[in-house]
Design a protein around this ligand. Structure first.
Ligand SMILES: NC(=O)c1ccc[n+]([C@@H]2O[C@H](COP(=O)([O-])OP(=O)(O)OC[C@H]3O[C@@H](n4cnc5c(N)ncnc54)[C@H](O)[C@@H]3O)[C@@H](O)[C@H]2O)c1
Length: 451
């Protein structure tokens, strides 16, 4: 099947390579010339486990270019451009609008297309995009059959390739049966798992076939916001209880384990820590609050989720202050910059907030990350922190180390050696990644969240 993907970021690139791998004829389009040049040469532009291997596999088959090819015949176009936050909290559709206009300009007479919003977009965006395309086609006097559908993406960064091949479910919102049929055909290899798994991304054991959920476009659009709001709420919920656990002398990790075994609750996203970050949760929770306000529906739970999350970042600085007393002039080493382990994405990363808050209090900030340092240097050249390539180097002269990102590497650090490099003794584990026992006998003091 002919597939055109507009936007080759975290979503577009993983989706495009996966769809090419399972046998579709894929063209990826991005307006960023550097991104296109790198991808055309087989160089990944983002870090995701298994992506480099996948890109090498589809090299020569999947095209990557800066302009949309003529859209003739039968095919699917997936719009996967960014939908950042506007100052009023709502999603900014400028990239989606431009992509829709570019798609409309490429549609050829007689084409049979489904144009899909894969980006996370506000309720009503399928109708909005259809309007843009219909108007452009009418202006050009082009007759073509074009359906607009919503197919929200649920992949998680850090496991994006895995999620693309082995999703829990695929949601298709469409108002026309032909659109559903075409998208069912697009995803058939994944729904039926008829492809040979890539060596770098094997099929998980006992993976059940994913469900296909077909809905109206509005339901599909709302599903994405509901999913992200719920996941964010689980994290803020456990973080609020972590604060209470500290006051009453309970251990939140034990509480989380005990409630998570109740299958009505579930264990995932119940880890107390510095709170959520990344490009999606903050943007999508704010957007749904703004959307709901326009419809006269208060979203008190989602708003509280946002508030608790913001507070949690400050809480980490307060904990440092509680233990170090004076922050001015102290040296704090941050373990991790990316918003979570497994990705180089720095968007809304808690580490960036910590750097800002600590710098404002006069602390000297140092930071390490196994993957994200080149991104940090390129995207935040003015960051008030020195960046270090090894943890040993980071620890030199630090009064405290803070585990900010849940990188697996940080579970296995040599704390005795680090203790020798440090000036102070505090290790603040803002991800509850370690245990106090891991530091036993090193002379370091372990402080977690809610334990
Ligand atoms: N990142 C995630 O984990 C994730 C998960 C699910 C859904 N989403 C949603 O998917 C969408 C994309 O997210 P992302 O993280 O992949 O974004 P991204 O910023 O990584 O990538 C977007 C890409 O689109 C390109 N682009 C912008 N306008 C274009 C145009 N007119 N034509 C061609 N290319 C264009 C940009 O150059 C960029 O490379 C967002 O709506 C996001 O909310 C993201």
């Amino acid at each position: 099947m002919n597939v055109t993907i507009i936007g080759t970021g975290y979503v577009g690139l993983t989706t495009g390579t996966a769809l090419s791998y399972v046998g579709h004829d894929v063209t990826c389009v991005d307006i960023d010339e550097q991104v296109v040049a790198k991808l055309s040469a087989g160089i990944p532009t983002i870090f995701e486990a298994g992506l480099a291997e996948l890109l090498a596999d589809v090299q020569g088959r999947m095209r990557v270019q800066t302009s949309i090819p003529p859209l003739a015949g039968r095919g699917v176009v997936l719009i996967a451009v960014g939908t950042p936050t506007r100052p009023d909290g709502d999603a900014d559709l400028k990239y989606v609008d431009q992509a829709a206009k570019d798609v409309a300009a490429a549609i050829q007479p007689g084409a049979e297309l489904v144009v899909v919003n894969k980006s996370t977009v506000p309720i009503g965006s399928a109708h909005h995009v259809r309007g843009i395309i219909d108007r452009a086609l009418a202006q050009r006097g082009v007759e073509a059959t074009v359906h607009v559908a919503s197919n929200p993406e649920f992949l998680a960064e850090g496991r994006a390739v895995l999620d693309s091949f082995y999703p829990d479910r695929i949601v298709i919102g469409a108002d026309h049966p032909d659109a559903i049929a075409m998208l069912r055909e697009l995803y058939a290899p994944i729904l039926e798992q008829t492809f040979d798994p890539p060596a770098a991304t094997p099929r998980p054991e006992r993976y059940p076939l994913p469900s296909l959920i077909t809905t109206s476009t509005a339901s599909a659009e709302l599903t994405k916001y509901a999913a992200n709001s719920f996941l964010a709420t689980k994290i803020s919920f456990i973080n609020e209880f972590a604060g209470l656990a500290e006051r009453v002398g309970a251990d939140i990790t034990q509480v989380a384990r005990a409630i998570g075994l109740d299958e009505r609750i579930g264990a995932r996203f119940l880890h107390a820590g510095i709170g959520w970050g990344g490009s999606c949760f903050g943007k999508d929770t704010r957007a749904i609050v703004a959307t709901a306000a326009r419809y006269g529906q208060p979203m008190q739970i989602v708003q509280s989720t946002i508030d608790v999350n913001q507070r949690q970042r400050q809480r980490v600085v307060e904990k440092l202050q509680d233990h170090l007393k004076v922050l001015r002039g102290t040296t704090v080493g941050l373990l991790g910059l990316s918003f979570k382990g497994g990705t180089d994405d720095l968007r809304d990363a808690p580490a960036l907030t910590l750097i800002e808050l600590l710098d404002a209090r006069g602390a000297v900030v140092r930071a390490h990350d196994p993957i994200a340092i080149p991104h940090a240097r390129a995207q935040y050249p003015e960051l008030p922190a020195t960046l270090h390539d090894t943890v040993d180097e980071l620890a030199q002269g630090c009064d405290a180390l803070v585990v900010v990102t849940d990188w697996n590497d940080y579970r296995h650090l040599d704390w005795s050696a680090l203790a020798e490099h440090m000036r102070g003794t505090l290790v603040l584990d803002a991800r509850n990644l370690l245990s106090a026992q891991a530091l036993a006998g090193t002379g370091l003091q372990y402080v977690g969240i809610g334990r």
